[in-house]
Design a protein around this ligand. Structure first.
Ligand code: BG6
Length: 481
């Protein structure tokens, strides 16, 4: 196996999970700033769509501290980005995936002029990355849309949000023009799993939730295509990718009905990539809309914009696989990345119930490449677990090394089989606040951050054993695996 010479090894973070500084530099509130600490989050919560209520939001808006809202404090990268980037450089990172908080540039989202302090902050971050020849890979939208747009107009369910997002993206392209790689919406398919976090839709105020979710998705497709066009115009060398949650689903048994159930789940999982890569809604999803009485408002020009501005590459997160069956009533279920699915008896699960399936990563790469014949980029993968800091400031995380070794080895086999892979960014190379539960104690990093779930700790950074392991993988371009 051979990774390409300029293979982009690195890590991925999101502004709302690392920055903190929630009220500094004239930043506005985002949907992440009202996300509560929910260590007991049951993944079925997502399915019941009780992620957030109007009452929760009202309480959160009044709250003046980060106490119950850990994403407000993050890991203080707002002040410590230089230290963090130096550590990434020490590991040999070729790229860092990070997001730009829309609310730093446009505090409410609908202003006409950007906030200079926000622009300056990200210019400094990018300058620091360039100092170490680390290529920025920027996500425009990663679960942090302005709260104002959610409260005032149900976020992406409202068509006006497209224009506001395009204005934000234009400011990014004009001011961060030395960024070559861009992603539009993180895990765009997640709108139908957590509509508030992904699209600012408040479920208890939404009469027809499923309709609103797919309408919001449509608006995001249009916005994504518009900003792809703009990015290509303003930064001619740029490459723009879509970003999917790859949830690989296997049939629970060889029964044709179970195979069909898995096919249906995988088809739904592919639908967003179909739109963004092929430039049109697939037939089967159109029938799904009809069967579920979903009637989208689609302007004639929308479909042309989507058709003419497809993405340059496909990026995705991969954490686990699931089982599906025609009749799931007696099936043992387990949590995954904001999904609930059948538990695979052949595989282990993490402390949070997520199935560990390295071969599933190879299958995902092969399937996606075969389907779309476009360059791929693994932009999230990793193990969320508790870690123990020793007295002498070490973390012996051999379990994390084992996780990465198995996944990267399978990724290498996919490359050997012919998959065109641009790079790999592990999720949370530095411990950060969990997206789903807002826990600090669910750690993904090669770098340990001394902070507990309540925000206590020195915030000092420590290199875990996996730090040195990944450093070697990068230095040898994967040969040490
Ligand atoms: C991905 C998100 O779905 O999963 C990240 O893009 C998130 O933002 C990651 O952090 C892991 O999920 P969690 O809930 O363990 O943080």
């Amino acid at each position: 196996m051979e990774f390409r010479k300029n293979f982009l090894w690195g890590g991925a973070v999101a502004a709302n999970q690392i920055e903190g500084g929630w009220n500094l530099g004239s930043k506005g509130l985002s949907v992440a700033d009202v996300a509560q600490y929910r260590p007991q989050l049951d993944v079925t919560d997502y399915q019941r769509q009780v992620g957030v209520t109007t009452a929760d939001i009202q309480v959160a808006i009044k709250a003046q501290s980060a106490k119950d809202y850990p994403k407000r404090r993050g890991i203080d990268s707002y002040h410590r980005y230089q230290e963090d980037i130096a550590l990434f450089a020490e590991m040999g990172f070729k790229t860092l995936r990070f997001s730009i908080a829309w609310t730093r540039l446009f505090p409410n989202g609908d202003e006409l002029e950007p906030n200079p302090a926000g622009i300056k902050y990200y210019q400094n971050v990018i300058k620091e990355l360039k100092k170490y020849q680390i290529e920025p890979l920027v996500t425009l939208s990663h679960y942090e849309m302005p709260l104002h747009l959610a409260v005032e107009r149900n976020g992406w369910a409202d068509r006006r949000t497209i224009a506001d997002f395009v204005r934000f993206a234009k400011v990014c392209f004009e001011n961060f023009s030395d960024v070559k790689y861009w992603l539009t919406f993180n895990e765009i398919d997640s709108v139908t799993r957590h509509p508030f976090t992904s699209a600012g839709i408040i479920p208890d105020r939404t009469a027809n939730l499923i309709q609103a979710e797919y309408q919001a998705l449509h608006h995001q497709f249009v916005a994504s295509a518009k900003v792809t066009k703009l990015c290509h115009q303003l930064i001619p060398e740029s490459q723009v990718g879509c970003m999917l949650t790859k949830v690989t689903t296997y049939p629970a048994t060889a029964k044709p009905e179970d195979v069909l159930a898995a096919f249906n789940k995988n088809t739904l999982n592919y639908f967003c990539a179909d739109v963004q890569v092929k430039g049109e809604y697939p037939q089967l999803i159109q029938q799904f809309f009809k069967n579920n009485q979903i009637e989208l408002t689609v302007l004639p020009e929308d479909l042309a914009i989507i058709r003419e501005n497809t993405v340059d590459f496909i990026s995705f997160s991969y954490y686990m696989s699931m089982l599906a069956a025609a009749d799931e009533s007696g099936m043992e279920m387990t949590s995954g990345n904001t999904v609930l699915g059948g538990k695979n008896p052949y595989l282990e699960t993490t402390e949070w119930g997520w199935t560990v399936d390295p071969v599933g990563l190879r299958i995902s790469l092969l399937e996606l490449y075969d389907h779309y014949q476009k360059p791929l980029f693994v932009v999230e993968n990793g193990l969320g677990t508790h870690d123990q800091l020793t007295q002498d400031g070490k973390v012996h995380d051999d379990y994390r090394i084992k996780y990465f070794k198995s996944h990267l080895s399978e990724m290498a086999k996919a490359v050997a089989a012919g998959v065109d892979l641009l790079g790999y960014t592990s999720w949370g190379p530095i411990d950060l606040i969990s997206a789903s539960t807002s826990q600090m104690s669910k750690r993904y990093g090669f770098i340990y951050v001394d902070q507990d779930d309540n925000g206590n700790g020195t915030l000092n950074r420590y290199r875990k054993d996996s730090f040195y392991w990944y450093q070697k993988v990068i230095a040898t371009n994967g040969q040490s695996l």
